[in-house]
Design a protein around this ligand. Structure first.
Ligand code: MN
Length: 312
């Protein structure tokens, strides 16, 4: 990838040693079933980010000054399983460096690796899954590392909360926990879901954000668009509350499937990513306890600092 820094930020804010945030691109599209092109997502996202203004009005911050390191893209694609292993390994490596780790896909199967890494490193993990689709199949098309299986593993060994769901297979009914699922048709008529969902979260929260959760009217460039999705400000209101009340330990954003005619979806994805960082670091001064690594007092778990080891 010829793009050297996230959003074209000056190199002084993009060095690994000083950066609190790591961004790992995963241009993978091995298992998508309908429109191909999620492998081009990271490049379109990074291009759009370069054209974004970097002062966030709402939080009155310039979060890029916390430092954002753009990692080498994960290009392993020999098999879905190999890709998941590679994503898992690299994600864990950067968590152990005490960075706030973020991942941009690629299709949703990459999250099997990201979630596995976060779940191994943070106790009592909540996975907040924002998506149009339930993604709860145990296996699909001969693999448990298919995009249709993105959160099956999380459903078995994390506190999984699903938001925005409006499409699923009947076979997933035996897996889905309806008490922790917020269906789009209910969300459309009552905003009590925001408080209810936050209430169900443990302190450590990993967010996996499938962009098809958004309504196709504001985000058409995704592999499997579904009508009736989230709009911009309700999404931000929800995320703001999650970041304010919980210890968000990392996030991924997946399923941007760009096209050359309309780049507005790429910009939405770029802005969403930056907003999430702005909320995360809103209360951080430039020189407080974060230092040059993500090793925050806000981690209220027994793990205060990970040893920087190269093993997985
Ligand atoms: Mn989806």
């Amino acid at each position: 990838m010829e793009i050297k820094t996230y959003a074209g930020i000056p190199e002084e804010f993009a060095k690994l040693e000083q950066a609190k945030v790591v961004l790992i691109p995963v241009p993978y599209d091995g298992t998508s079933t309908w429109q191909k092109g999620a492998d081009k997502g990271p490049k379109a996202f990074l291009e759009a980010s370069k054209n974004m203004e970097l002062f966030d009005i709402e939080t009155n911050t310039e979060v890029y000054k916390q430092g954002i390191y753009l990692a080498d893209a994960v290009t392993e694609n020999a098999s879905p399983e190999d890709m998941v292993d590679a994503v898992h390994g690299i994600t864990k490596k950067f968590i152990k460096k005490n960075k706030f780790v973020t991942i941009f896909g690629g299709e949703h199967s990459i999250s099997i690796g990201t979630i596995r890494a976060f779940n191994e490193m943070f106790p009592n993990l909540t996975v907040l899954h924002i998506d149009a689709h339930a993604d709860l199949r145990k296996s699909y098309d001969g693999s448990s590392c298919n995009h249709a299986c993105a959160v099956y593993e999380a459903s078995q060994n994390t506190n999984l909360i699903q938001v925005g769901i409006r499409s699923m297979d009947i076979s997933e009914k035996s897996v889905i926990d309806v008490d922790k699922t917020y269906f789009a048709h209910d969300m459309a008529t009552d905003d009590a879901w925001i408080d209810a969902a936050v209430e169900q979260m443990t302190d450590n929260v990993f967010i996996t954000f499938d962009l098809d959760a958004f309504d196709p009217s504001i985000l058409p460039s995704t592999g499997t668009p579904e009508p009736g999705g989230l709009l911009w400000y309700e999404t931000l209101d929800f995320l703001k509350q999650v970041f304010n009340e919980k210890n968000v330990v990392g996030f991924d954003i997946v399923e941007l499937c760009p096209n050359e005619i309309d780049t507005s979806s790429d910009f939405l994805a770029a802005k969403l990513y930056y907003k999430m960082l702005s909320y995360k670091f809103q209360k951080d001064n430039m020189d407080n306890e974060y230092g040059d690594t993500y090793n925050s007092k806000t981690i209220t778990t027994p793990i205060l600092k990970f040893k920087d080891e190269d093993d997985n």
